[in-house]
Design a binder for this molecule. Structure first.
Ligand code: FPP
Length: 247
């Protein structure tokens, strides 16, 4: 049994709500894969009369919190839905700002990811992203490929249906004469090799799956938080893990 509180020494105030939540968690039943639909950045900004991009900027801090708390809780895999294939319909300025924020995040956080043994990968139709974004992703993937403590996966230009289309086409290209089995699909998905998510979190109260990991969430527990993504920090993350353990 790991003493999870030990992993938070120096970052969590003793006696705080966070500390109490951590001490109540069962270290033997930590999910192996948590997936998050990060929603509500726009609403968060609107509530403050700010441009939408300020919601995304604040959302980066929540990304950092989710990564840090996952690593300290020894969650092996964390997948974040950052840009859906439908998100191209947003104004070009907003889309460009998202790429800039992603670049800033990767540049600033790469050394932290490396220091803590976190592998980084991107999933989705990555070849359709601007070349400078692809290059940034390649660098982060290459430099973290040997890390084994945790795996951070960011879904970009991602669509669960297109992921299945891509998988079926890959299987067809292989030209196998045998009927397609579940294991053929699992091994040709972008998430090949990853366990399916035990827990899917969605923020900002929406009760939808929004084309995210359609195949992989067949048996996942779903936790919807009313909190908007920029306000979803360590405490809210711990509450989600606690709710999962109570099921
Ligand atoms: C959803 O809020 C959020 C997004 C589509 C983008 C999430 C991106 C980030 C947090 C920043 C970049 C990512 C990384 C991984 C560094 P919304 O705009 O749909 O909000 P709304 O539903 O309130 O309009």
């Amino acid at each position: 049994m790991t003493d999870l509180l030990k992993n938070f020494e120096g970052v969590i105030q003793p006696g705080s709500r966070e500390a109490r939540l951590i001490s109540q968690l069962d270290s033997e039943r930590i999910p192996k894969h948590v997936a998050i639909i990060m929603d509500g950045n726009g609403r968060w900004a609107r509530q403050r009369d700010l441009p939408r991009v300020e919601g995304h900027r604040a959302g980066i801090e929540s990304v950092k919190a989710a990564v840090e708390f996952s690593a300290r809780l020894e969650i092996a895999n964390l997948t974040l839905y950052a840009f859906s294939a439908e998100n191209w319909k947003r104004p070009a300025e907003e889309v460009n700002t998202l790429w800039k924020l992603l670049r800033t995040y990767l540049r600033r956080e790469l050394s932290t990811l490396k220091k803590h043994g976190i592998q980084f990968s991107a999933i989705g139709r990555i070849s359709e992203l601007p070349e400078h974004v692809q290059e940034e992703l390649r660098v982060a993937e290459r430099e973290t490929i040997d890390n084994t403590r945790m795996h951070l996966i960011i879904a970009l230009n991602y669509s669960g249906r297109l992921e299945l289309v891509d998988a079926f086409n890959r299987i067809r290209q292989e030209g196998s004469p045998y009927p397609i089995g579940e294991e053929d699909i699992a091994r040709t998905l972008y998430t090949a090799g990853l366990p399916d998510p035990d827990l899917l979190i969605r923020t900002s109260g929406e009760m939808r799956v929004s084309n995210f990991l359609l195949w992989q969430i067949a048996y996942s527990e779903i936790y919807v938080s009313e909190v908007l993504w920029p306000d979803f920090r360590g405490r809210e993350f711990l509450e989600a893990i606690m709710a999962y353990q109570k099921r």
